[in-house]
Design a protein around this ligand. Structure first.
Ligand code: HAH
Length: 337
């Protein structure tokens, strides 16, 4: 405890300044109150959790909604932070209009590509001064069947080359920002193999992909996590890719565990969680030459997407600060090494 008191003054971002950026996913609400204090002390990179997603920032063809991102951008610049841009091409949270023509029929390939270009150009130019990396394509690899690529409107209308096309367009407008392919479970063997195939082929065809985002929506029960993670980092690095950990959180529930009767995390869970955070940060440090950014998908357990996934309305406690914004044992473990 004495030791913990001393550590209260330490900053995560400062502790890791010679390793990688330390980020958090944020909404505009997080720029006030307890979350604001935590951000200022511990983080130097921000990812808008939802505000840059297509349906939020570009809800209608002729209407952008820049308000929330403007507040996040202003906060970042004022406090010497950078942004990760998330995300241009995704099968979720993309408005229907993108894929429909003026008669309400399925839009042509040319029209969808033209719209994508306009969208990417607008965002890249607007956020050039503050975004250091874009998630150009999110979650394109299929994980249920044997197929490599997921079905989506993007793929259905543009064809398999939609990924290559998106990266090429982004490269035209993104300036110095790095371009990332981002996905979940891509450290697990089944998906690592597919992702490697997809990315290798894209890179061989000259697709301007700079890096891979490992989302890192993990849990405290996965015994193979550290070995899978190391293997995945080595495989992706062998392709010459930079690596970002983009959406880290460590659930107290196994994915298959759908129980709803737990109202606070048990001491055993918190201890196990601290150990998993400690272990994965040791791996991140070991690979600091290829890992250049580590982002938590939220700030404190008060607000986390895990409260609605995979079970809607079930509380989870996956982050480094508790529901009151107090540091958890997990935070101390990654500050002390
Ligand atoms: C992520 N999907 C998204 O990239 C992010 O934008 C969103 O806010 C939260 C999570 C993760 C995901 C998953 O782990 C399993 C199935 C679908 C989506």
């Amino acid at each position: 405890m004495c030791e913990n008191l001393e550590m209260l003054n330490l900053s995560l971002a400062k502790t890791y300044k010679d390793y990688f950026k330390i980020g958090a996913a944020v909404t505009a609400k997080d720029l006030e109150g307890v979350h604001r204090d935590i951000l200022l002390k511990h983080f130097n990179s921000l990812t808008p959790e939802n505000a840059m997603k297509f349906e939020n920032i570009h809800p209608e063809e002729q209407r952008y909604n820049f308000e929330e991102v403007a507040r996040i951008k202003e906060f970042a610049i004022k406090n010497d932070m950078k942004l990760r841009g998330h995300t241009f091409v995704w099968h979720n949270q993309t408005p229907g209009w993108v894929f429909l023509d003026k008669n309400g029929e399925e839009a042509s390939k040319e029209l969808v590509i033209e719209r994508l270009r306009e969208h990417i150009k607008t965002l890249c130019e607007r956020y050039k001064d503050v975004v250091y990396a874009w998630d150009v394509v999110n979650e394109a690899v299929e994980d249920k069947t044997e197929k490599l690529l997921r079905e989506s409107n993007w793929r259905k209308i543009i064809g398999d080359d939609y990924i290559k096309i998106a990266f090429e367009i982004a490269r035209e407008y993104a300036g110095d920002a790095k371009l990332f392919y981002n996905d979940y479970n891509n450290e697990m063997p089944y998906k690592l193999e597919k992702t490697y195939k997809v990315l290798k082929e894209l890179l061989e065809r000259g697709t301007p992909i700079d890096g891979i985002g490992i989302q890192a929506h993990w849990n405290i029960w996965d015994k193979n996590l550290v070995s899978n993670l190391k293997k995945a980092i080595e495989v992706y690095a062998s392709l010459g890719l930079e690596i970002h950990i983009t959406e880290l959180d460590i659930s107290v529930f196994e994915f298959e565990d759908k129980r709803t009767d737990l109202f606070e995390p048990t001491p055993e869970m918190l201890e196990l969680q601290a150990k998993v955070y400690e272990d994965v940060f040791a791996v991140f440090r070991e690979y600091k030459d290829v890992i250049t950014s580590v982002t938590l998908w939220g700030i404190s357990d008060r607000h986390t997407w895990k409260d609605n996934f995979p079970v809607k309305g079930r509380k989870d406690w996956p982050l480094l600060f508790d529901v009151n914004g107090k540091p958890k044992e997990a935070l101390y473990r990654i500050l002390r090494f």
